[in-house]
Write a protein that binds this ligand. Structure first.
Ligand code: NAI
Length: 241
């Protein structure tokens, strides 16, 4: 098992990509803390063994500090942080409200900052840790109707590279995954004819599955990636090539 004895915090772990990662990490021997604001979906994933749910809004610093303290109380340490929680509030630039711009920045960018700062003291003390941030093809190349989301996800790349430089010497690896279009609730509002076009411009000719991303998280969380730092791993079927 590739994560035996490790403790992982996975934000947004109550559904979609995060949930797939929760299940995979638990199978690989990790204790997994789901941090999500969806109380009902989160609690349903608890297995009375190595998956526990902790409710928090990643955009709210107090709430994040509180649950990270709770995770430490229960599991004693945090080896892996997957900053996966995310939302969309799409509109073209002309129609986007400042509220929807700010909300997506608060969750998708500031949320990553909050969770990482809250977890960092424990990783620094252990002189070891893996932080994996979730960017997007939209953060790499921009995307129609996603001013807020693209800005946040490009910001995630910036802080990933910065933190790798700051924390690498302290035994902490910080990397990002940039998913393409993945079959979860997040893309359920995209019309079918657009999804057909997306497949046409994807060399692998299909949409991604949550497990495609969970497998990338697993590699970057495992000891196999110890010399990879500050990297943005595209998992998009070749879309951005
Ligand atoms: P999803 O909507 O299925 O799951 C997102 C999870 O995050 C949910 O469980 C939700 O409750 C949680 N969440 C949202 N806001 C939160 C907050 N403020 N505090 C705590 N938890 C919160 O979405 P999906 O597709 O699984 O997305 C996971 C990550 O992957 C996100 O960061 C997303 O931006 C990114 N991504 C997804 C792509 C896709 O095509 N599905 C493409 C590229 C990136």
């Amino acid at each position: 098992m590739r994560l035996q004895g490790k403790t992982a915090v996975i934000t947004g772990g109550a559904s979609g990509i995060g949930l797939e990662a929760v299940k995979l990490f638990a199978r690989e021997g990790a204790n997994v803390a789901i941090v999500d604001y969806n109380d009902k979906a989160g609690k349903e994933q608890e297995n009375g063994h190595n998956i526990l749910f902790f409710q928090a809004d990643v955009a709210n610093r107090e709430s994040v500090d509180h649950v990270i303290r709770d995770v430490i109380e229960v599991f004693g340490k945090i080896d892996i942080l997957i900053n996966n929680a995310g939302i969309t509030r799409d509109a073209t630039l002309q129609k986007m409200t400042i509220e929807d711009f700010q909300k997506v920045i608060d969750v998708n960018l500031t949320g990553v900052f909050h969770c990482t700062q809250a977890v960092l003291p424990y990783m620094l003390e252990a002189e070891k840790g893996k932080i994996i941030n979730t960017s997007s093809v939209a953060g790499v190349g921009g995307n129609f109707g996603q001013t807020n989301y693209s800005a946040a996800k490009a910001g995630v790349i910036g802080l990933t590279k910065t933190w790798a430089k700051e924390l690498g010497r302290k035994g902490i690896n910080v990397n990002a995954v940039a998913p393409g279009f993945i079959e979860t609730d997040m893309i359920s509002t995209i019309p079918e004819h657009i999804l057909v076009q997306i497949k046409l411009i994807t060399p692998s000719s299909r949409l991604g599955k949550p497990e495609d991303i969970a497998n990338a998280y697993l590699f970057l969380a495992s000891d196999e990636s110890d010399f990879i730092n500050g990297h943005v791993l595209s998992v998009d079927g070749g879309m951005m090539k």
